[in-house]
Design a protein around this ligand. Structure first.
Ligand SMILES: *Cc1c(COP(=O)(O)O)cnc(C)c1O
Length: 224
């Protein structure tokens, strides 16, 4: 378990690194949001980051987030939560209720379910389309060849509040190729937000235009 002072120190180090990489890339540090990934860590770890003033978090499982975040959100009402893991249609209603953004929209069934539950609940969540830039069988995300048509469907058919794209590069690949590829798909579709970069590669992601980096281990320590 990582104690609160370690979490506060890690957070300020990651933020300083983001600011340095942004400056090197001629970007404003404020244009890059740090999504602190608290998955597999208990509520007390998240509370450590909240106590240090951080407000934006990512979780990859709806059920785990439901166990942790309702109470944390009553303690810190301005905390914001992004879903960064695969979503099943039977969890879409709960996801719309709890999260503030969904970064993993990757197929028509999920787009339809999210749109329907947002309408029913009167909520509009920022949505990112996840692109499987490495075309890995085991990984979620729309295939690159289908991305343009799916983005169009999200906008016109499902009327989702689409803001950007997200990717998770294959472990063994050079991440910059994937970041540049994702940026190009976003550019040609008029999308401005790019969620890319994790503990191991967020510095490169900032160079390549990330607007959201998702960092877990570098803030909260290793996951059990
Ligand atoms: C776990 C996870 C992260 C954070 O990974 P770290 O290497 O711990 O920074 C980022 N994005 C997604 C989608 C994840 O599942």
């Amino acid at each position: 378990m990582t104690d609160h002072s370690d979490i506060a120190r890690n957070l300020s180090e990651v933020k300083a690194t983001i600011a340095r990489c942004a400056a090197e890339a001629g970007r404003a540090a404020d244009d890059i949001a740090l999504v602190a990934v608290s998955k597999n860590h208990d509520a007390d770890a998240a509370r450590g980051a909240l106590a240090a003033g951080h407000r934006l978090f990512g979780e990859n499982r709806v059920q785990e987030a439901e166990a942790k975040w309702p109470l944390l959100k009553t303690e810190f009402p301005d905390a914001r939560l992004h879903l960064i893991g695969p979503l099943q249609t039977n969890k879409a209603a709960a996801a719309v209720r709890l999260f503030d953004a969904i970064e993993t929209v990757d197929r028509p069934k999920i787009a339809e379910a999210l749109a329907r539950h947002m309408n029913e609940q009167g909520r509009r969540l920022d949505c990112f389309v996840q692109v499987n830039t490495g075309e890995e069988d085991q990984k979620a995300g729309i295939m690159p060849a289908e991305a343009d048509a799916f983005i169009e469907a999200c906008r016109t058919q499902y009327n989702l509040p689409l803001v950007g794209l997200m990717c998770i590069p294959p472990l063994e690949d050079e991440p910059s190729l994937h970041f540049a590829f994702l940026r190009e798909i976003a550019r040609r579709n008029g999308l401005t937000q790019l969620s890319m970069g994790m503990s191991a590669d967020f510095e490169i992601a900032v160079q390549f235009g990330a607007t959201h980096v998702r960092v877990g281990t570098a803030i909260f320590g290793a996951r059990s």
